[in-house]
Design a protein around this ligand. Structure first.
Ligand code: BES
Ligand code: MN
Ligand code: ZN
Length: 478
């Protein structure tokens, strides 16, 4: 989707769908028959929406004033969503004169740019040729608002670009979207940006470099595991910021097999990795002056004669051994190796942030709006929490300290991958992970099981979260 910014009503193209509010300065410039009734309706607190008597617009929607200010529950988006199930025009004019809350503004811009996402693009069903798609988002503002708005459009357009790439990759069914496929797609997407370089560890290199946990998870599948590191050099010097993503291309649960209903959405168990890739693309698109490494831990958790068995022990690349109690707690295994590998690849790392659809329990604790944040680094906690508040892609902290120690004790190995008491499931996973990041590197874990998917009418699609959060965090820190 393209965008443009205007400050004069005369620049509006005829036939656009206008999204505005009752008190807009636009009204002085147009003589629109339907307007007086619409304004009265909007002032009474309702959405006023008309396709009739709206010329020069094809459709006008007035959204009540309060929705333009509601940062907490996204009322603006709640009003916009049904309007764009089938768009009335290829051009949308968004009246930004009341978008004075930055979080509402950024969420709305991101949402519009994300309209480019469509499951039809996967080519897996006949496309509806009648359906219009929004091609241009035109932002109207007062002249004095334009420079701030232009920066917001530029940033959110780039953020959405990464989200769209990540969401599309996550939607691809897992029999196509294998570890090797993700690697190839990432290489293809990164090739657009000279500042991005890919480094791939195939199965042989994974074994040679001692990533025994990633190998244990991947070895049961006919589609072998990969570790992909994407390097971004937007600055010559300075510390590297690292991001690590769980990339389980399908999670059957392994021999600890999931039941069918719970397995259904598990092609999305690679959202962490997809979102690391998307983040790298957004960073490159904005040409941020930083050094960043994104690590994707890619494997399929399958069943078969070579699948890891409950009670087996595997060794990570930092030397620690883990007893694999439960083969369905595979995410922490691949992440542990990837975090340790990342810390060895760049010992001078500013921080490591990992993201993973790690536990169903985080959804029980925090629901679908908030990602779980677990860290022992207070500056990182506060920076991420603030970036969440600011961007609208919010996190909420769960505890993480040595009171969880018993949860990862094993009689046979250094650690055990699941607690036997079924308690503090999300935090226990984070406690396991913390052993794999050297204590001098600030580290934070994001459990995105509830947020990496959008629930739309009973179905799930990838959301691209927490790319907005992590972009905000980077932008705040430049
Ligand atoms: N990928 C799942 C977590 C998950 C479940 C994400 C549902 C989204 C929706 C993860 O690998 C898993 O199976 N976790 C187990 C952990 C348990 C074995 C300690 C879980 O949540 O049940
Ligand atoms: Mn699992
Ligand atoms: Zn999983």
């Amino acid at each position: 989707m393209e965008y443009r910014l205007i400050t004069r009503p005369a620049e509006v193209l005829p036939g656009a769908h206008l999204i505005s509010h009752a008190g807009s300065p636009l009204w002085a410039a147009f003589d629109i028959p339907a307007l007086a009734d619409m304004i009265a309706h909007a002032n009474a607190g309702h959405v006023a929406d008309s396709r009739f008597a709206c010329a020069p617009f094809a459709r006008i929607t007035l959204i009540p004033g309060s929705a333009w200010q509601d940062a907490l529950t996204d009322s603006l988006l709640t009003h916009l969503r049904p309007l764009f199930k089938s768009p009335a025009s290829e051009e949308v004019v968004l009246d930004c004169t009341s978008l004075t809350e930055n979080r509402v503004r950024d969420s709305a811009l991101r949402w519009f740019f994300n309209l480019d996402h469509s499951l039809d693009d996967l080519g897996l069903r006949k496309r509806d040729e009648q359906q219009l798609r929004v091609k241009t988002l035109c932002g109207f503002s007062l002249p004095e608002q334009q420079s701030a708005l232009s920066e917001a459009f530029r940033q959110q357009h780039a953020v959405a670009k990464g989200m769209l790439a990540a969401r599309r990759l996550a939607d691809i069914p897992s029999e196509t979207c294998t570890p090797q496929f993700v690697t190839e797609e990432a290489q293809r997407l990164c090739a657009q940006y000279p500042a991005l370089k890919c480094e791939v560890l195939d199965e042989k290199a994974i074994v040679e470099q001692g990533l025994g946990l990633l190998h244990a998870v991947g070895k049961g599948a006919s589609r072998p595991p990969r570790l992909l590191a994407i390097h971004y050099n937007g600055a010559e010097t300075g510390p590297v910021r690292s991001y690590v993503g769980k990339g389980i291309t399908f999670d059957t649960g392994g021999l600890w097999l999931k039941e069918g209903a719970g397995m259904y959405t598990m092609k999305y168990d690679m959202c962490g990795a997809a979102n690391v890739l998307g983040l790298m693309l957004s960073i490159a698109e904005l040409k941020l002056p930083v050094r960043v490494m994104g690590v994707l831990a890619l494997a399929e958790n399958a069943i078969g004669p070579d699948a890891m068995q409950p009670g087996s022990v595997a060794r990570a690349c930092n030397g620690l051994t883990v007893e694999i109690n439960n083969t369905d707690a595979e995410g922490r295994l691949v992440l542990a190796d990837a975090i340790a590998w990342a810390s060895q690849r760049h010992p001078q790392t500013q921080y490591i942030i990992d993201m993973a659809t790690l536990t169903g329990a985080v959804v029980k604790a925090l629901g679908y709006e908030l990602s779980g944040l677990m860290t022992q680094d207070e500056p990182l906690r506060s920076a991420l929490t603030q970036a969440g508040d600011k961007s609208g892609d919010e996190v909420w902290s769960l505890p993480l300290d040595k009171r969880l120690k018993k949860q990862t004790e094993s009689a046979i190995a250094d650690l055990c991958n699941t607690p036997t008491n079924n308690a503090a499931i999300s935090a226990s996973a984070a406690w396991l992970l913390h052993h794999f990041c050297p204590s001098d590197i600030p580290w934070a874990h994001l459990d995105i099981s509830g947020t990496a998917l959008w629930r739309e009418g009973g179905r799930s699609v990838a959301s691209g979260r927490p790319i907005p959060l992590l972009m905000q965090h980077l932008l705040d820190d430049l």
